[in-house]
Design a protein around this ligand. Structure first.
Ligand SMILES: Nc1ncnc2c1ncn2[C@@H]1O[C@H](COP(=O)(O)OP(=O)(O)OP(=O)(O)O)[C@@H](O)[C@H]1O
Length: 270
């Protein structure tokens, strides 16, 4: 079982009663309708801890990560990370956080090397050091070095995902926010990314908040897991605690028992 060093007791993430509403129209003339993506979510993540958020499509996982990444503003509640409160500490936090999501934006005509060097420049990193670090990460993630010069648009989604991870790690951030880091990856690439994250955590003590649809991944990587359903955190604990609480053998059964929701087949296969 994954355990945390007892010395790590500081909180890296404190989310309290977080709320987010989207206002939508179902047709041009239809009235505005409110959809609460987050209905008062609270949880805490300790320094060095990996916290996995599990939830079906539309449960609010990406919205939560986007708020913590400072890409969306909440409609209620508070967020404190690494001692900074949002929105006041936004600038500080952007320098201390790495974010990976499936919608990573790149200059698609340029190569991974060029994209990463551009990001390094934005971070104010020395180009040679940054390049060395980026290439090391990509090799560790299993991207062949002969592909480093190809335009990103010619690369598969899995490869692009690995480049997004390398970019997020250029600054070696103490906090990583990962929105479905392995969705869409083949089994070998998925294992490469998972092994990389375990190694990173062991070497650097990085705090990681990740969302996933993959029960095995959540169990392998997370010290604690939170179940999100319809914008609410309905249960949290270690994988074993959640199974015990639900009286089930597997995490998937625990999820269904505690949330009343099932992952559909397609999600489980991803
Ligand atoms: N930009 C937006 N505008 C309007 N509604 C949105 C927006 N982003 C999310 N939503 C709505 O908020 C709810 C939560 O969406 P969110 O993307 O956070 O879920 P998720 O758990 O990440 O889902 P998935 O597993 O499919 O990525 C959904 O009902 C979604 O339609």
């Amino acid at each position: 079982m994954l355990t945390l060093e007892p010395t790590k007791t500081q909180l890296a993430i404190e989310v309290s009663n977080l709320k987010k509403v989207f206002r939508k129209r179902d047709g041009l003339r239809a009235p505005l309708r409110e959809e609460w993506a987050l209905k008062g979510v609270s949880f805490q993540v300790r320094e060095g801890e990996t916290y996995g958020l599990l939830g079906p499509n539309g449960s609010g996982k990406s919205t939560l990560i986007r708020i913590l990444s400072t890409l969306l503003t909440p409609d209620g509640g508070t967020v404190r990370m690494l001692g900074h409160t949002l929105p006041e500490g936004e600038r500080e936090l952007r320098r201390k956080m790495g974010r990976v999501s499936v919608d990573a934006a790149f200059y698609k005509k340029l190569s991974p090397r060029e994209n990463l060097l551009y990001a390094a420049q934005l971070y104010g990193l020395e180009p040679r050091t940054a390049e060395k670090r980026a290439m090391q990460i990509l090799e560790q993630l299993g991207l062949e070095s002969r592909r480093f010069g190809d335009p990103i648009e010619e690369m598969s989604r899995g490869m692009q995902q690995k480049i997004a991870i390398a970019r997020a790690l250029l600054i070696n951030p103490p906090l990583l926010l990962l929105d479905e880091p392995t969705t869409g990856l083949d089994p070998k690439s998925r294992r490469d990314v998972q092994a990389f994250l375990e190694d990173l955590r062991a070497r650097e003590g990085t705090t990681i908040l990740l969302t996933t649809h993959d029960m095995a991944e959540a169990e392998r990587l997370s010290h604690r897991i939170g179940f999100l359903a319809h914008g609410r955190l309905v249960a949290e604990g270690t994988a074993n605690e959640l199974k015990q609480k639900a009286g089930t053998e597997s995490l998937e059964e625990a999820f269904i028992a505690l949330t009343g929701e099932a992952f559909d087949e397609e999600e489980l296969e991803r």
